[in-house]
Design a protein around this ligand. Structure first.
Ligand code: DGL
Length: 277
């Protein structure tokens, strides 16, 4: 039976950068009483074009820091790329710790699609991963999936470079084909990288109003609630929890985006986790 102090410990959330804020937003809405420590691994971003070995080394290093130095009671890997590469190793290393990952929402997209043509935007590394390809294979009979590696898009979003972001969104959506609700058109667009929901207004305007954009922040927050409940680690109190923001690299993008997307006006703490880079 966990102690009260364990339940009071924060939930660790991490991503290569600011993308995981789209997940933190859903987590804070679902679990407002919990304390969160969000770590942006900006010194090693972007993750999306890295090798599995590099990503696994980073994920283990960041998790080790959050567990050892920040005493987190659970971890949310708010990054599709790191989840695909490393979640199994993380669970093997910390078997008693609830660890929740994120993966592109292919299944709900296939179920909701009328045209049975689904677009998937993600990083190159996610799309090449065994985990993603297993998921894709399991759904081949349910819809046709048009997958698009979006090199450079997470970095442009991270840097707040609106012009490059828009140009890349245009290029990648164009490469995927026609969007809409007619036969042969893509009517569901899966945002398979946590950075992309931060520019969903741009994507929606390019894809058109009839296209549904799917992100996995809300399901991840529900799953986090479930696993904490099962482990009897939910923090039950009336007051709102605290959030801390950490970065291994420049803190400015994280501070700016946390204010913009979550209304959080916080100083970003600079941290060293060591390891590859
Ligand atoms: N936000 C991350 C994801 O969900 C990775 C973006 C990147 O660093 O390339 O995949």
């Amino acid at each position: 039976m966990p102690t009260a102090a364990q339940a009071e410990a924060p939930i660790g959330v991490f991503d290569s950068g600011v993308g995981g804020l789209s997940v933190l937003r859903a987590l804070r809405a679902q679990l407002p009483q919990e304390n969160f420590v969000y770590l942006s691994d900006a010194a090693h971003a972007p993750y999306g074009e890295r090798t599995d070995d590099y990503l696994t080394a980073r994920a283990l290093r960041v998790a080790d820091y959050l567990i050892g130095q920040r005493g987190v009671k659970s971890l949310v890997v708010a990054c599709n790329t790191a989840t695909a590469a490393a979640i199994e190793e993380m669970r093997a290393r910390w078997p008693a710790l609830p660890i929740v990952g994120i993966e592109p929402a292919l299944k709900p997209a296939a179920a909701a699609s009328q045209t049975k043509r689904v677009g998937v935007m993600a990083t190159r590394s996610t799309l090449q991963s065994a985990k993603f390809n297993k998921l894709l294979d399991s759904l081949q009979d349910q819809a046709q999936f048009v997958v698009q590696a979006c090199d450079g898009l997470a970095a442009a979003i991270e840097n707040g470079d609106d012009q490059t972001t828009r140009a890349l969104c245009e290029r990648y959506l164009h490469a995927m084909g026609d969007f809409g609700q007619r036969t042969g058109q893509i009517d569901q667009l899966v945002l398979g990288c946590t950075h992309y929901p931060l520019v969903s207004a741009v994507l929606q305007s390019l894809a058109g109003p009839g296209v549904e954009l799917l992100e996995a922040g809300a399901p991840v927050s529900l799953q986090t609630r479930r696993v904490l409940d099962q482990a009897q680690l939910l923090f039950s109190r009336r007051a709102e929890g605290l959030t801390q923001l950490l970065s291994t690299g420049p803190g400015e993008p994280l501070g700016r985006n946390a204010l913009r997307w979550l209304g959080l006006d916080l100083v970003v703490e600079s941290v060293q986790t060591g390891g590859a880079g």
